[in-house]
Structures are given as structure tokens and as C-alpha cells.
Design a protein around this ligand. Structure first.
Ligand code: 1HA
Length: 270
């Protein structure tokens, strides 16, 4: 596919093709483990994809075909988090997880090879996951001295159920693509050489749909789980729709024209 670079980064690729943005971790020598810089670059790319009104869907993936992401780079793990060039320890992947969930466009994880640890959680929080037949899924926290008790626990349990989520974390087993499909952890499994074509075809089908309907649905799925923050998202979309109406425009116009608003012609729906 003729991907075009949107912006150059050091640890990720950020490209677009026909309304699809692709954010790809580019550290295949480490199975695409992330550093604070990788995450900071992904965060910026996600925000650019959000602001770009020509982008309707985002693919999250890893380069090389052997790994989606193997979690935090353990070689830069310091006291209190993962350490970058500024020597400050960070757990900034948690902010990226929230961005993935709140961006009002579908995010699809395109998983080849390892999706492990904090890398597994990244695919879990995506709207959809498409796996190659070589994909392997699992958490490692209790083996390597870590845990993700946020979306990594509670949202995983919403996806695969409490028993399975506890098994995944307590045993730290690795699951193949078919097992992942069976437990509802991924939407589809395809041969590795068809992974990108299938993912793009899903993106193209999504891009044919009503963007506001998709936006409302994403915030509706979130609202049920995310409490006040989830309701804020859903309500923000209600405000967006209201602003598009003549009724709301009457209020704004009256203010600017320094007159009393006349809402009398608008129906009081039953
Ligand atoms: O839990 C959190 C967080 C929780 C709360 C808030 C923030 C969080 C942020 C992050 C995380 C975490 O991600 S903790 C979990 C960290 N990740 C792991 O424990 C996975 C470590 N990797 C592995 O277990 C294995 O590499 C593997 C099962 C994915 C693949 O095994 P394989 O095929 O035998 O490959 P391997 O030889 O191990 O890896 C290839 C190269 O990649 C190795 O480098 P080399 O010896 O060739 O120089 C290996 O060291 C490197 N590598 C792989 N994963 C990581 C890594 N290097 C650093 N960090 C890694 N995560």
C-alpha cells in the first residue's frame, strides 16, 4: 500500500493512506518494546490523527512482522518508571491508553507476532483487533515485577470475562491467535501475508459509514464503563449535535445581535 509519511519520528512510523492513519512502533530489534520517547511520539501522532479531519480511522501496529509490542523496554526501566534522555521516570503509556479510548475515531490494533505485557494492554484498549496467525498474546507483569491494574485488568475483564482475565494475569501464559479469537480477545485471525490488506479493507468499510454515528457509538461504549468521564464524552457529542441545530443557533445569534432569543418556533417534543 502506498503509505505516505505524515511526520518523521525516531522510534515510530506515522503514515497515512486514503483517510487511514497508521502509527507503527519501529523498534523491531526489541520486539517493539516502548521507551518513554516511543510513547511520547505515539501520543503526539495520535493527537495529530485526532485533529486531522481527513482521517477517519487509525491503525496501531508494530514494524517487522515478529511483534506488535512487547511492553515497556525493561532495559530503561528505572526507579518509578521507564527513563528517557531527561532521566525522568515515566509510566506515560497510561496516558496513551486513555487517548486510544477517547479519540472519537475507531482505532484498530493490527497484531503480528508478540503482543505482550504493556504491549498486550495497548491492543486490548483498541476498538478492534485483527491478528495474524503468528500472533501471541499475554501478560508478564507478575514474572517481571509489574502489573497494570487499570484498563489492563478491568477492561481486559470486560473483554474476556473475570475468570479468563485473572488466569491471564495470574499464570502469565501465552495464547495463540486461535485461542485469542475463542476468548473474544481479537475480532479476526488471518494469515500474516493478508494482515495489512484485511485491516485496510476493514478500515475502508468503516470509512463508508456515518462518522457521527461511529463517534456516538464509541463514546456510548465508553460511557457505560468510564463513569463521569465517559458521560462527559457522550455529552460532548450531544453538544456537538445541538450546535448543528437551528434551535441552538438561535441562542447564539440572539446573543450576538443583542436581542431576546425567540425559541417559540422550536417544538417541545413529547
Ligand atoms: O506493566 C507495565 C506497566 C504497568 C503500569 C503502568 C505502565 C506500564 C508500562 C509497561 C508495563 C510493561 O510492559 S511490563 C512487561 C514488560 N514486557 C515483558 O515482560 C516482555 C519481555 N519480553 C519477553 O518476554 C520476550 O522477549 C517475548 C516473549 C516477547 C519474546 O521472546 P523471544 O521470541 O524468545 O525473543 P527474545 O529473544 O526474548 O527478544 C528479542 C530481543 O528483544 C531480545 O534482545 P537481545 O537479547 O536479542 O538483545 C530481548 O531482550 C528484547 N526484548 C524483548 N522484549 C523486551 C526486550 N527488551 C526490553 N524490553 C522488553 N520488553
Amino acid at each position: 500500500f502506498p503509505w505516505k509519511a505524515i511526520k518523521e519520528y525516531e522510534e515510530i512510523l506515522f503514515q497515512q493512506y486514503n483517510g487511514i492513519a497508521k502509527i507503527s512502533i519501529n523498534r523491531p530489534h526489541k520486539h517493539n518494546a516502548f521507551t518513554p520517547k516511543t510513547v511520547q511520539e505515539m501520543s503526539e501522532a495520535m493527537e495529530l490523527a485526532r485533529q486531522d479531519t481527513t482521517i477517519g480511522v487509525i491503525i496501531l501496529t508494530g514494524e517487522g512482522g515478529k511483534a506488535f509490542c512487547s511492553g515497556g523496554d525493561q532495559s530503561v526501566r528505572g526507579d518509578g518508571g521507564y527513563v528517557g534522555q531527561d532521566l525522568v521516570p515515566r509510566l506515560n503509556v497510561l496516558d496513551l491508553q486513555r487517548q486510544i479510548r477517547t479519540i472519537p475515531k475507531p482505532v484498530i490494533a493490527m497484531v503480528a507476532g508478540w503482543a505482550i505485557g504493556g504491549g498486550h494492554v495497548l491492543h486490548v484498549v483498541c476498538d478492534l483487533s485483527i491478528a495474524a496467525d503468528n500472533a501471541r498474546f499475554g501478560q508478564t507483569g507478575p514474572n517481571v515485577g509489574s502489573f497494570d491494574g487499570g484498563f489492563g485488568a478491568s477492561y481486559l475483564a470486560r473483554v474476556v470475562g473475570q475468570k479468563k482475565a485473572r488466569e491471564i494475569w495470574y499464570l502469565c501464559d501465552q495464547y495463540d491467535a486461535q485461542e485469542a479469537l475463542q476468548m473474544g480477545l481479537v475480532n479476526k485471525v488471518v494469515p500474516l501475508d493478508q494482515l495489512e490488506a484485511t485491516t485496510i479493507s476493514w478500515c475502508e468499510r468503516i470509512l463508508e459509514k456515518s462518522p457521527i454515528a461511529l463517534r456516538m457509538l464509541k463514546s456510548s461504549f465508553n460511557a457505560e464503563l468510564d463513569g463521569q468521564a465517559g458521560i462527559q464524552e457522550l455529552a460532548g457529542n450531544a453538544t456537538l449535535l445541538y450546535y448543528l441545530s437551528d434551535e441552538a443557533k438561535e441562542g447564539k445569534n440572539a446573543f450576538l445581535e443583542k436581542r431576546k432569543p425567540d425559541f417559540s418556533k422550536f417544538p417541545k417534543f413529547p
